[in-house]
Design a protein around this ligand. Structure first.
Ligand code: 7TS
Length: 413
């Protein structure tokens, strides 16, 4: 069990008022708030240790390098991946682009297939479109069920000997759906395909074990898990990284450089060209330490309890359409819905006026919106500092939106 009252004291922003009301922050799938431990890590880095890493001989450079590489070790432990297999990027999007370009350009050819699902975030779709255009490979898609689940059988149906890579989300940012990743990895590997798992939503909210999943690449974003913006993680098998050509060229990623050629540094540094977000990575290490102290199993339990409560309360709102699985075991805490007769943006605006922050729109998943037959949804997404009282505030604010636009509040019966 999480001590949410105590946790909330670590997050200065949660004491804010918005439009005269106490802030209810339910936009955690977009980005999470930061505890003071993470904010202080940034301040301490810039006020005590700031230096460029891996090159200076002076004390500050050594301190900064040790802290940066320490964060890499912690990230590897957190994900149960090898330290040499952890590459820091700007975000999950860049991590996917890195793999799609560095691996895809060298390994895909006309006739090969890239298998994705209908519910990918644009960042696990567009990079594959780019590499498909560049290589002549074809995109294939596993369909989801009407309640937003990804069934193994439907993936099996589109997986062929031509499939060279399978890339899918472990948790949908729109529907909350948790996909049967370990089973899909086994299936894909049996066909000789590599697997990239998009953990941008899952890694912050549940225990995710890279080795146990068995996938080849796992990506995540620090800012969705209490860390700063500007830091992403690519965890991969070190031998896979070694077999790949670099993604970006420049300082740091080289072993030797001649005027017309260069050789590469060892992994993971081969994939970290230029000065990274040193302070951000170090502060990300603090975010991981914070999550480790709470325990990811407890974080997941809290998400299930709160999501169950939210689904119950939301289902009782007249004229609501809820998307995604209803069973909290099969989903995380991103809850999408629409209110009959109201535009999601209007709902979002009224909610904002009540101090309740949600996202309304296509959530960077336009093909999924088309699959659901809507242009947009309202999305409330929870994290470890959210409470049942905040869910109640959300529901009250939805009623206020219905009253404001004067919609008949038909009884659900
Ligand atoms: N994959 C998934 C499943 C995501 O939800 C997101 C961001 C990304 C990848 C990309 O992460 P980034 O840090 O590189 O931007 N999702 C959202 C969202 O749902 N609302 O804002 C960002």
């Amino acid at each position: 069990m999480l001590d949410v009252t105590r946790i909330r004291q670590d997050f200065p922003i949660l004491a804010r008022r918005v439009h005269g009301k106490p802030l209810v922050y339910l936009d955690n799938a977009a980005t999470t708030q930061k505890p003071r431990q993470v904010i202080e890590a940034l301040v301490t880095y810039y006020s005590q240790h700031n230096a460029n890493i891996h090159r200076g001989l002076h004390a500050l450079a050594e301190e900064a390098t040790a802290a940066y590489e320490g964060a890499r070790e912690r990230a590897a432990r957190f994900l149960n991946a090898q330290t040499r297999g952890v590459v820091f990027t700007r975000n999950a999007t860049e991590a996917i682009n890195l793999f799609a370009q560095a691996w895809g350009r060298a390994n895909l050819k006309p006739g090969d297939e890239i298998l994705l699902t209908e519910m990918e975030h644009h960042s696990n779709l567009v990079p594959w479109q780019l590499v498909a255009q560049a290589t002549g490979a074809q995109l294939r898609f596993a369909q989801i069920t009407d309640d937003g689940r990804l069934e193994v059988e439907r993936v099996r149906r589109v997986l062929t000997p031509k499939t060279k890579v399978v890339a899918f989300t472990l948790m949908s940012n729109v529907l909350g759906t948790i996909t049967p990743a370990a089973e899909l990895v086994r299936l894909a590997h049996a066909q000789g395909a590599l697997v990239l798992v998009d953990g941008a939503q899952a890694v912050p909210h549940m225990p995710v074990d890279f080795a146990a999943l068995g996938c080849d690449v796992l990506v995540a974003s620090a800012h969705k898990m209490l860390g700063p913006t500007g830091v992403g993680v690519l965890a991969a098998r070190p031998d896979l990284l070694e077999s790949m050509e670099p993604f970006l060229g420049g300082g740091e990623m080289i072993a030797d450089v001649q005027l017309t050629s260069a050789t590469w540094n060892e992994v993971p540094w081969k994939f970290e060209a230029g000065t990274p977000h040193i302070g951000g990575v170090i502060a990300f290490g603090e975010a991981l330490a914070y999550l480790e102290r709470l325990g990811m199993a407890n974080v997941r339990q809290h998400a299930m309890d709160l999501t169950r409560y939210a689904l119950e309360r939301l289902a009782a709102v007249p004229g609501i359409m809820l998307y995604g699985p209803r069973d909290v075991v099969q989903r995380g805490g991103a809850v999408s819905f629409n209110l009959e007769g109201l535009h999601p943006h209007d709902v979002g605006t009224v909610l904002d006026g009540e101090g309740v922050a949600v996202r309304a729109g296509h959530h960077c998943a336009k093909p999924l919106m088309r699959r659901l037959g809507v242009a947009a949804t309202v999305r409330a997404s929870f994290y470890l500092y959210n409470t049942r009282e905040e869910v109640d505030r959300l529901v009250e604010a939805l009623r206020a939106a219905q009253a404001f636009f004067n919609r008949p509040v038909r009884s659900a019966a």
